[in-house]
Design a protein around this ligand. Structure first.
Ligand SMILES: [Zn+2]
Length: 270
């Protein structure tokens, strides 16, 4: 079974090139060539690593699906509509917890540590997140959605999220009310105070509105992480947050504080 995101790679590559051309044509200074190549390499390797982890996590999913008391038939439209929302809801919580818990942030920080914002940042994904992120999707298996249907829908969700990583698209009127858009997602990547830990949505921005994490884009966002990362080295980009966490753990005396280094907020200072 081929993941839809893998099929989309040539389209991603073309759109990254077109956007880069438009940005460079306007002002060469606005484009960090090294960062873009680093993002593309990290994205390529994340597909390779993702496939390896996927072999194991697919087995876990299949095990959970076997335990599901009711198996949902995928030959009816309502099943796909429900799966669209269930998968997007699971994504919201996966994404929110990836920002709120240090252990999960150590993976997700890879996606946020670029100091620019363009389509290449969309593919800058952690190499190792496959170790942990399946946990958030296990309930979908217990609900009785077969693996092939989940993988298809989840792939489509990730494909949707590609195009929102751009500064070239402004506000989109009525769509801003329902969908996650470039404007909403620029806020998510902003490190301006009012934008921190906001707009976690995948496809539908409604989850942020329901759970109180929605903020409108007003001020121009500044991109990157709070302490800007200065390296283009893909391995360091994937591992620096782990290294910082282990230093913190070593510095803390009590067990309670050591545990908080792993499961507390990545922004905490104690
Ligand atoms: Zn994020």
């Amino acid at each position: 079974m081929l993941n839809p995101t893998v099929i989309a790679i040539p389209v991603f590559a073309l759109l990254i090139a077109v956007e880069a051309y438009l940005v460079i044509r306007e002002n060469r200074e606005n484009f960090d060539r090294k960062d873009t190549w680093s993002n593309i390499f990290i994205g390529f390797m994340s597909v390779v690593w993702g496939a390896l982890f996927g072999l194991v996590t697919s087995l876990i999913y299949l095990w959970a699906y076997e335990l599901a008391p009711y198996k949902i038939p995928m030959n009816v439209l309502w099943a796909w509509v429900i799966l669209l929302f269930v998968d997007d809801f699971a994504y919201y919580w996966f994404h929110r917890i990836s920002h709120e818990v240090r252990f999960f942030w150590n993976f997700h920080v890879v996606h946020h540590s670029s100091n620019q914002y363009n389509l290449s940042v969309a593919v800058r994904q952690s190499w190792f997140s496959g170790i942990a992120h399946w946990v958030f999707y296990l309930p979908i298996a217990f609900l009785g959605f077969p693996l092939w249907a989940f993988a298809t829908m989840h792939g489509l969700n990730l494909i949707y999220q590609f195009w929102i990583h751009t500064k070239l698209v402004g506000k989109l009127g009525f769509l801003e009310k329902i969908l996650n858009t470039p404007s909403h997602h620029r806020v998510h990547h902003g490190v301006n105070n009012q934008y921190l830990d906001k707009n976690y949505a995948g496809i539908f921005i409604i989850w942020d509105k329901i759970f109180g994490t929605f903020v409108e884009e007003i001020e121009t966002p500044r991109y990157g992480i709070i302490t800007p990362l200065t390296t283009y080295n893909p391995l360091r980009i994937n591992t620096h947050s782990w290294a910082e966490m282990f230093v913190m753990i070593r510095q803390k005396k009590g067990l309670r504080d050591k545990v908080r280094c792993v499961f507390g907020s990545p922004n905490m200072d104690f």
